[in-house]
Ligand binder design. Structure first.
Ligand SMILES: [Zn+2]
Length: 170
């Protein structure tokens, strides 16, 4: 599996361009000179265009905010990684999509921050939700990320369900 996407995103953290969780995407896009706006329902989730040397990113307003954030980070990944623009209606190459996903994951949910925060004592079963809110990503994206980083407890070490209530009030 390629690590190029993650490495490119890590440079935003090690270079001090990003410093805080959750990532301030508005500030990041502003500092990079990328215009971002929302388009109405229907059509594609995201479209990137270059007009007079200025990059514009258009995002579907119907997407829930966490998904919109991930999609914006994914599109930034395509730009940063130098993936050539595609013609409308033509799919991107699968490896480019994977790289852009890796970039977005590391940008919004950096491994160092997740390893630190997933070590906190969070109630079992709530960790994904708590961390998803903290990093402002979807619960699904957080679940995948935690599993990939090996931060999820294995089923064997998960404590048994609490039966105390049933024991007290049979
Ligand atoms: Zn893509």
């Amino acid at each position: 599996m390629t690590r190029r996407g993650a490495l490119a995103a890590r440079r935003f953290w090690t270079g001090g361009i990003l410093t805080e969780i959750p990532v301030d995407l508005n500030g990041l896009f502003r500092s990079l000179g990328i215009r971002v706006y929302l388009h109405g329902s229907g059509g594609v989730d995201a479209a990137c265009s270059r007009l007079a040397g200025r990059v514009t990113l258009s995002l579907n307003a119907q997407m829930p905010p966490p998904r919109r954030r991930f999609t914006a980070a994914h599109e930034l990944g395509h730009l940063v990684l130098g993936h050539a623009p595609v013609l409308p209606g033509r799919p991107r190459l699968a490896w480019q999509e994977r790289e852009a996903d890796d970039f977005a994951s590391e940008l919004l949910m950096p491994a160092w921050a997740l390893r630190r925060d997933s070590a906190l004592l969070l109630p079992p079963g709530q960790r994904e939700l708590v961390l998803a809110r903290r990093f402002r990503v979807s619960r699904q994206a957080m679940g995948l990320r935690l599993a990939r980083l090996g931060c999820l407890p294995s089923p064997k070490t998960e404590p048994p369900p609490d039966r105390s209530v049933e024991a007290l009030f049979p």
